[in-house]
Design a protein around this ligand. Structure first.
Ligand code: CIZ
Ligand code: SF4
Length: 320
């Protein structure tokens, strides 16, 4: 504990010395989210992280999350230095959607508007017409559908199926998945709900359709946090990364939050309900990035940046 307090004190000083601000995702470990709050940074979903970094006056953005979040920050604010605790923190959706193959898929379907999830590389964003996060995916696809557009969607197939079902839009899906949400199991969830019949089930739409169908509320991280505040239930079973419990418990200290069940009996999965890449954002790595940015800094090729900025700006303007 003392060790952690010492880390935190040094990081606070470094943030001030370097004119840096800590921007953390809801899925990072609780102590990282607390540190972001205590230092005037922000804790949020990827859309709000992008907005916050864009508007904050600090010269350096320290992004605690996964690589696409750092890249998005750099694309939006190239004049700022963007550093991350580790550049190794990737995402299975990003890994499962290589730019060359995705681009060939788009080329094969030129009649479709390309909509990609924010969880993608700068190169994939550069090939897209629209970028969306889970908080505005439904609204954007609804809008495109109302314009008579057919959609090519990537990379998350579960989110794609959810959006398709909700909007009725014509969507062709890339076959990607989040290794965390893909693990939630409907059968075990039904059993758990029998034990806690008054619980409300909250589900992130990166989860399989069978799990989404059991939900009382489906939505992005911010939308699920809101649901935990507005639904009258005292118990919540939550199908998303357990990092989100930090914020839910902070806002609703008298409610009970439980993890939705993952593969097998819950004992078989090493990193169930917590993203192994988000977990790389520790105090030590944060201090290292502030002390010596080399090897922690995000760079995006200038041409790529220019092209990736278009669909990102479209998203930010749409969300206003
Ligand atoms: O699963 C993720 O990585 C999410 C939910 C990102 C986001 O949009 O905040
Ligand atoms: Fe990617 Fe899933 Fe981790 Fe989010 S939780 S960063 S979608 S692997």
């Amino acid at each position: 504990h003392d060790d952690k307090a010492a880390y935190k004190a040094r990081i606070k000083t470094l943030l001030q010395q370097k004119n840096a601000v800590l921007v953390a995702h809801y899925y990072t470990d609780p102590e990282i989210q607390a540190l972001a709050e205590e230092t005037g940074g922000c804790v949020s979903d990827s859309l709000e992280m992008a907005r916050f970094g864009n508007q904050h006056p600090a010269k350096t953005l320290l992004v605690a999350g996964v690589k696409f979040m750092g890249e998005t920050a750099k694309i939006l604010t190239p004049e700022k230095t963007v550093i991350m605790p580790t550049l190794e923190a990737t995402c299975s959706l990003d890994l499962g959607c290589p730019a060359a193959e995705f681009s060939a898929f788009c080329d094969a379907h030129p009649d479709r508007v390309v909509v990609v999830y924010a969880n993608t590389s700068a190169a994939v964003k550069a090939r897209a017409d629209w970028v969306v996060t889970s908080s505005i995916a439904l609204d954007v696809v609804d809008y495109l559908d109302s314009q008579g557009k057919k959609i090519l969607w990537g990379p998350d197939k579960h989110l794609g199926v959810y959006v398709q079902k909700q909007t009725g839009a014509d969507m062709l899906l890339w076959n990607g998945a989040c290794i965390v949400h893909d693990e939630f199991k409907a059968k075990a969830l039904i059993e758990l709900k029998k034990q806690y019949p008054t619980a409300a089930i909250l589900v992130h739409p990166e989860s399989p359709d069978s799990v989404v169908q059991l939900a009382d509320a489906v939505g992005s991280t911010s939308q699920l946090i809101k649901a935990s505040q507005t639904l009258p239930n005292d118990i919540f079973i939550v199908a998303t990364d357990r990092g989100i419990f930090y914020k839910m418990q902070q806002l609703m200290p008298n409610k009970t939050f439980m993890e939705a069940p993952t593969g097998g009996n819950g004992a078989t999965c090493r990193s169930c309900a917590h993203c192994p890449w988000m977990a790389m954002n520790g105090l030590k790595a944060i201090e290292e990035a502030l002390l010596e940015p080399t090897g922690h800094e995000i760079f995006v090729d200038a041409q790529l940046r220019e092209r990736a900025l278009l669909p990102l700006d479209r998203m930010l303007n749409f969300a206003k």
